[in-house]
Each structure stands twice: as structure tokens, then as C-alpha cells.
Design a protein around this ligand. Structure first.
Ligand code: ADP
Ligand code: G6P
Length: 483
């Protein structure tokens, strides 16, 4: 029977070794959390990196690792420390990630890491080729694997290949600064279908294809030799039911069933019923605008001092890519800002910011979403931002306000939230004021519309749309070739 092979750098779980034994923890990030829901429903195989380098894995644990991954329908690509350095910390996260998020000044263009990126992409392609039958469908994900489509196509000209980019595709003026820009485009064009979160990213990509490769583009079809490749936008949804069901279950918990975190949140709510919780959840990444948000919070309290002791900002930042210098600097900056603001503004009974630097289990994530009056998500640039969608899905009584950056892909579908420019502190402070004072009926009417849309266009629908489009494109391509 034909199967779907999902391939991404991250698997749905990350393996860790402690006390000589293996444990699997869920991967964080939009790609893993979104695709996990798709993967658990069907007959797919997921190929990716386990999160451990070859040097970290004792030989006797290899069978255990393979069976731990098999439990999650997954199979691993082995990477050495040098490969992880050049491919993951290097080209993926020191070149492509900053460049595609418009942080041009952070981008490093190093030939060595490009060479390793190519070699590792070939490893992923080989892993697919080893498992794939000709009638299978290959779904390749994200910026770490942009050369894989063409590498697979070269060996299996007729196989069906889809590619989805989970981050923005930048404008031509930014993309053209990449020394290996043509190779990257050629790599992607091995696909039959290339998907983006938004129409803007799709347009930027088509413009680069036209200007850098001089190919014929008609609407969203690209003609390359005897092939036709489709480019389209598919805004990724969430597993809506999972989040709304979890929130409903939480609302029915007895005191004994509640988590420690929930009890602590409840105690604070009871002691100050008028107080408002602002919530921000992100990986600790410079694209997420965490430092700016802290400065904006301070600005808000200066502009509206009546809210001192009445609001609290909960920041959950998940450790991410901590071997990359920019992430280390950001960690220091956020630590210092939180320390300084809390030091200057705290009173005996009030700490303005609660800062958690860790990953949290799903259950605690739901506690935070359901207990917060305002979700405040202000990335400087973000491919989608699923956290915004998850917050809305957990608001079972439809109250709550979402303040969202215009620079997040999800802003296109979430017009009923308060949209802000993350660089405009005046607008942010006024939006926080508006959110605090928004009448409940208005919150309910905004969230009703948002919830309906998110429930309809959930992650399953997103994946089905992509897959159906891939099937149609394959037929179109075959007709074109046999003309
Ligand atoms: P990105 O993909 O850039 O990290 P998204 O907002 O699209 O940003 O996705 C983040 C995903 O990671 C969400 O699905 C969210 O639930 C999950 N997540 C975020 N923070 C945590 C955390 N502290 N613990 C566990 N999961 C988290
Ligand atoms: C974003 C990227 C994913 C990545 C995730 C977490 O969502 O689009 O490809 O997996 O961040 O980052 P990490 O580097 O830990 O995989």
C-alpha cells in the first residue's frame, strides 16, 4: 500500500540519554506540534534527526533508540557532531533562519557550513530513497532541507514530492544576498508542489524564481524543462479539538485534580480579582521580539501607571538553539531586562513579571492559556505563530483578548485580534489599555468569529488541502509531459 513519508529535521520527539537510559520528550515548535497531529492519524513514516549526535549515542543503546522511535512511527537519520554544527547550528540557523526573517545583519555566509548543509541534505535524501516505493508520497518540511526535493527527484523522476516551508520566504532583495541562492531555488524546484503559509511568501518566492532563474511562471505554475511545478499558500492550522477539549476538561477539574501551577495562578487571581494576567509564550528566539515586549511593558506601566500592581506579565520562553551566539546574547538580555524591571517596579505584594525559561508539559500550557486574560504575542517576524491560534482555541467561555503582531503569518487570518506593529510602543501600550478595558460582549463576539475560523481550518484540513493539491498537480504534470 502506498504510504506518505514525512521528512523534517526534527522528529515528533527528541531523544535524551540520562543514567544510561533513553527517554523521549515531545519536540517544541510549530512544525513538530502541527505535523504530530497529522502523523498520529494515518499510515505515515516520519524520518528525521533524533536530536542526539552519533558521538552521544553508546552503541548498546542503538536498538533501544530505534524501537523508541518506531513507537512514534519514526526512523532516524544519523548525524555526527560536526554535521550538527555545520548543518543545524551553522547553515540552517546562522544563515537561512536570520536571512529569511529579515535579520540580515545576523546572517553568516560560510562556505564550510554550506558544504555540510549540502552533504547532510544528501543524507536525508538517501534516507528517503532507502524507504520509498515509487507510488509513495514524499512530504519534505522546512528550511533545513531545501535541497532534498531535487536530490530525490534526480533518483526517482516520477515520485510525488511536496515541500512546505514553515518560515517566511523573504523578498527578492533579501533572498538575493545569499551566495547559494540559485542552488537553493533549484533544490526546491525538485518538488511537484511547494507550499507557504501566506500569499506574500508565495509571491516573494515566485519573484525570486523569475528573476534569478529566468523561468516561465504562469499564475502559480512554474515551467521547468518538461515539468510543471505548483506554488501555493496553505496557512497552517492547529489541532483545534485537542486544545478546546483540554481546556474544557481543565475547567471541570476539582481542587485536588488541579496542577500546582494552576493552584498558584488561582491563588493570585483570588487575592486580586481585578488583576489581569498578560501571557507571552515563545521559543527564546530573537525573531519573537521578547526583549522589545519587555521594554514595551515598562513603557505601558509608565504611560498608564494606574495599572501598577494590577497587571502581571507571564513570560514562558523555551530554550532554543543555545549553541548559536545570538541566542546566548538574547538569553542574557532577557535575563537582565526581567531582573531590572522587576527590581525597579516590584513591591512587597507585586512582582510585575513571572519569567519561566523552560519547556512545559502540555497540561501546564493549557493552565497558562486558560488563566490568562490577554495573550500578548509580538514577533518581529514569524512564519505563522501557532501559539496565537492555540490561545484562542482554549477560550471555552470565549472571553480573553489576543494582541498579535502584524508581522506574524497568523495575523492574516486573525483580524479580530488587536493587531499591532511590534516596533510601535505607543500603539502597544494603547492596545494593552484597550484589551484590559474591552467589554466582555466585545471579547465574545471577536473570539466567536476567530474560533469558528480556526475550528474549520484546522491542521487536518491544512494537511488534506496540501495532499489533494499535490495529487492534482501530479496529474497535471503527467498530462503536460505526455502532451
Ligand atoms: P515556532 O514554530 O517558531 O516555535 P509557533 O508559535 O508556531 O512558533 O509554535 C510553537 C509551538 O511550540 C506551539 O505549538 C506551542 O504549543 C509549542 N510550545 C511553545 N512553548 C512551549 C513550551 N514551553 N512547552 C511546550 N510546548 C511549547
Ligand atoms: C520553527 C521551525 C522548525 C523548528 C522549530 C523549533 O518552528 O520552523 O523547523 O523545528 O522552529 O526549532 P528547532 O531548531 O529546535 O528545531
Amino acid at each position: 500500500m502506498a504510504k506518505t513519508i514525512i521528512i523534517s529535521n526534527r522528529l515528533p520527539v527528541q531523544l535524551q540519554i540520562s543514567n544510561g537510559d533513553i527517554s523521549a520528550v515531545p519536540s517544541v515548535g510549530g512544525l513538530a506540534t502541527g505535523m504530530k497531529s497529522v502523523h498520529s492519524g494515518g499510515d505515515s513514516l516520519w524520518i528525521g534527526w533524533s536530536g542526539l549526535t552519533d558521538e552521544e549515542i553508546p552503541e548498546e543503546l542503538i536498538p533501544k533508540i530505534d524501537s523508541a522511535l518506531a513507537e512514534h512511527g519514526s526512523s532516524k537519520v544519523n548525524l555526527t557532531e560536526k554535521e550538527v554544527d555545520g548543518f543545524y547550528y551553522g547553515f540552517s540557523n546562522r544563515t537561512v533562519w536570520p536571512l529569511f526573517h529579515y535579520f540580515l545583519e545576523y546572517s553568516e555566509f560560510e562556505l564550510d557550513s554550506w558544504e555540510i548543509y549540502k552533504a547532510v541534505n544528501q543524507k536525508f535524501a538517501d534516507a528517503i530513497l532507502a524507504k520509498a516505493d515509487n507510488e509513495d508520497t514524499i512530504w519534505i518540511h522546512d528550511y533545513q532541507l531545501m535541497l532534498v526535493p531535487q536530490m530525490v527527484r534526480a533518483e526517482r523522476p516520477d515520485i510525488s514530492i511536496g515541500f512546505f516551508l514553515h518560515i517566511p520566504f523573504p523578498s527578492y532583495e533579501i533572498f538575493r544576498t545569499l551566495p547559494w541562492r540559485r542552488e537553493v531555488l533549484q533544490g526546491l524546484l525538485g518538488s511537484d508542489l511547494i507550499g507557504f503559509h501566506t500569499y506574500d511568501y508565495e509571491r516573494h518566492f515566485l519573484s525570486s524564481v523569475r528573476r534569478l532563474l529566468g523561468l516561465e511562471v504562469s499564475f502559480n505554475d512554474i515551467y521547468l524543462d518538461d515539468r510543471v511545478i505548483k506554488v501555493d499558500s496553505f496557512p497552517m492550522g492547529i489541532d483545534y479539538k485537542k486544545f478546546s477539549d483540554a481546556a474544557k476538561e481543565h475547567s471541570q477539574r476539582t481542587e485536588d485534580e488541579k496542577s500546582e501551577l494552576q493552584k498558584r495562578l488561582d491563588t493570585h487571581k483570588k487575592s486580586a480579582p481585578d488583576a489581569k494576567f498578560f501571557l507571552s509564550i515563545d521559543r527564546l528566539d530573537y525573531t519573537k521580539g521578547i526583549a522589545k515586549r519587555l521594554n514595551a511593558f515598562e513603557y505601558f506601566l509608565k504611560k498608564y501607571p494606574q495599572y501598577k500592581e494590577k497587571v502581571r506579565l507571564i513570560i514562558l520562553a523555551v530554550p532554543s538553539r543555545s549553541n548559536v551566539p545570538q541566542y546566548q546574547l538574547l538569553k542574557r538580555e532577557v535575563d537582565e531586562l526581567v531582573g531590572r524591571i522587576n527590581g525597579e517596579l516590584s513591591t512587597v505584594s507585586w512582582t510585575p513579571i513571572w519569567y519561566f525559561y523552560r519547556s512545559m508539559p502540555f497540561d501546564n500550557l493549557i493552565d497558562l492559556y486558560t488563566s490568562s486574560d490577554i495573550a500578548w504575542l509580538t514577533p518581529i517576524r514569524d512564519g505563522m505563530n501557532l501559539v496565537a491560534k492555540e490561545y484562542i482555541a482554549t477560550r471555552t467561555d470565549k472571553t480573553g483578548v489576543l494582541i498579535l503582531s502584524e508581522m506574524a503569518g497568523s495575523a492574516n487570518e486573525m483580524n479580530e485580534s488587536l493587531l499591532i506593529n511590534p516596533n510601535n510602543f505607543e500603539q502597544i501600550a494603547d492596545s494593552l489599555f484597550e484589551a484590559i478595558n474591552m467589554p466582555e460582549e466585545e471579547q465574545i463576539s471577536r473570539n466567536t468569529l476567530l474560533q469558528k475560523r480556526l475550528e474549520r481550518y484546522n491542521v487536518e484540513k491544512w494537511a488534506n488541502d496540501f495532499m489533494n493539491s499535490l495529487v492534482n498537480q501530479k496529474e497535471k504534470d503527467q498530462t503536460y509531459r505526455s502532451r
